[in-house]
Design a protein around this ligand. Structure first.
Ligand code: PLP
Length: 379
């Protein structure tokens, strides 16, 4: 019997287990030990950031971002509706309102040409999402933010290792949130990081992440006792997570390059279906992606449904992706739609993702073979 091909499979890349043992021997399992520092330094160099702080998830990093940029009740934050719910929740938890703007038909990222029309006196920030590791148009988005005095927070959950105009995704916004959830390229089960590119936010970021205490300053000998100085929460991961993550980060380029090989093979196998109504991913020339996700866009929702069902019969998992927030119960309740979102509605209903993980190896050939059989029947 053929084995099932999952959408994702977490894979060890190097020294994760050895580092976990070492963390236990070090005698510090709580956060902010040596493994956390090493991860943060690797990430800081990679992103060329002022600082990077590990968090227990990208969700946590986004929540920290909303606190740091000072979102208050009534404030509005512009973002795509085609994203994970955490992008919006972080704003809503501060009493703010996510304002959904349509995506570009080609990259599925927020359409930068539609942002300015959604700005009003309540707007505080723009939160682009780099879908599938393809960067949003950061040059245009940062220019709009500058013109209107807004901050920018990048949801770079999927984009570690991607670049835009030869600069790392995650290095453009005042802040950027990364994810190391097991479905991402670089993983620690649950995990994330906040990249800080605006140095004015650095000191408060440390405090908010440590339950509102100035504990970090105390450990650095900058104050002689630590105390409660601000609001905050426990946003940091323990050392076991950081130890695992370090093993992955050391192999980040290798991991991404394995994914890119599979991504390229998928692209070459499916691009020929374009003249039959199938769409393959589009990458603008100024973007280099990290092979995070390979999607196909079927001609309509019925064809997508049929494709997923047929692939499942073959034991190949090809899930759809985000239900747009503006059409989901949570988004309807707390969000505002600036205008109709025709591309979001249309494309989210037709998209499927193909299995993609570092050691997928020959299994990818079976994905291609079965997908081609079904596409030949459906298109
Ligand atoms: C765009 C985006 N933002 C945020 C998240 C949340 O990441 P985490 O699970 O690390 O909290 C995800 C997770 O898939 C995501 O895709």
């Amino acid at each position: 019997m053929m084995s099932k091909i999952p959408y994702n499979r977490p894979v060890l890349a190097g020294r994760e287990l050895a580092y976990i043992s070492q963390a236990i021997e070090n005698g510090q399992l709580a956060g902010d030990g040596p493994f956390t520092s090493r991860c943060q330094e690797l990430l800081r160099k990679r992103l060329n950031a002022e600082a990077v702080l590990l968090t227990h998830s990208c969700t946590a990093a986004l929540e920290m971002a909303a606190i740091l940029i000072g979102i208050q009740p009534g404030d509005e934050v512009i973002m795509p509706s085609f994203t994970f719910v955490s992008t919006a929740n972080a704003v809503v938890l501060r009493g703010g309102t996510p304002v959904f703007v349509d995506i570009r038909p080609d990259t599925l990222n927020i359409d930068e040409k539609l942002i300015e029309a959604a700005i009003n006196s309540k707007t505080r920030s723009i939160w682009p999402v780099h879908y599938a590791g393809v960067s949003a148009d950061m040059q245009e988005i940062c220019a709009i933010a500058d013109r209107h005095g807004l901050t920018v927070v990048e949801d770079a959950a999927q984009a570690l290792g991607s670049t835009y105009r030869n600069r790392p995704a995650g290095s453009f916004g005042d802040l950027a949130a990364l994810s190391f959830h097991e479905t991402k390229n670089i993983i620690s089960g649950e995990g994330g990081a906040l990249a800080i590119n605006n140095s004015a936010l650095m000191e408060r970021a440390e405090i908010i992440r440590e339950k509102g205490t100035n504990r970090k300053r105390f450990f650095r000998g900058q104050v002689d006792k630590y105390t409660w100085v601000d609001i905050g929460s426990s946003f940091l991961p323990g050392e076991l997570i950081a130890a695992f993550l370090l093993g992955q980060l050391e192999k980040a380029d290798e991991i991404n390059s394995h994914r890119l090989t599979t991504w390229d093979n998928y692209f070459n196998a499916f691009v020929r279906y374009q003249d039959r109504g199938l769409r393959v991913p589009y990458t603008p020339s100024e973007c280099k992606h990290n092979g995070h996700l390979f999607h196909l866009i079927l001609p309509d929702e019925d064809a997508r449904h049929e494709f997923i069902a047929r692939m499942r019969t073959d034991d190949v998992m090809t899930p759809f992706h985000y239900v747009p927030l503006h059409s989901a119960p949570a988004g309807k309740f707390y969000g505002r739609v600036h205008a109709d979102l025709p591309c979001t509605d249309d494309l989210s209903a037709r998209l499927v993702r193909l299995p993609l993980f570092p050691n997928i190896g020959d299994l990818a050939e079976r994905v291609v073979e079965r997908a081609c059989v079904h596409l030949d029947a459906l298109l």
